[in-house]
Design a protein. Structure first.
Length: 118
């Protein structure tokens, strides 16, 4: 039996995010316009295909723990033809990067220990 670690209904989750996004847009339209412009700009590439962009986006979404980003970019990855196997390999990169970041920041802990009160 597989443990259930997922959001129960991604379609409802996505719809709820969109509704809350509309509320934020009404409260602070310029920030939402700026975010939308940034997103459009990042999606306009000459050298990366759509699937590759979405794999990068998903790896970042995992490392930053952004469920809304996961929702949006899984949908875009699926539309670009990504397979579950390809996503698993891309997530392997995210997993390795998180481990690498923990290792690197652990070295800062050692540096701090050497430099604090010392």
């Amino acid at each position: 039996m597989t443990a259930d670690t997922r959001i129960e209904d991604w379609d409802s989750y996505s719809a709820a995010l969109k509704e809350r996004g509309k509320e934020l847009a009404a409260l602070h339209p310029e920030v939402v316009k700026g975010f939308s412009a940034l997103s459009r700009g990042a999606a306009t590439t000459k050298h990366l295909d759509a699937k590759t962009r979405e794999f990068i986006a998903l790896a970042v979404a995992v490392t930053t723990r952004c469920e809304g980003c996961i929702d949006a970019h899984v949908r875009k990855a699926r539309a670009a033809g990504a397979t579950k196997e390809e996503l698993a390999e891309a997530m392997g990169v995210a997993i390795a990067l998180n481990a690498g970041a923990a290792l690197t920041y652990s070295l800062h802990v050692l540096d701090a220990m050497d430099g604090v009160g010392g």
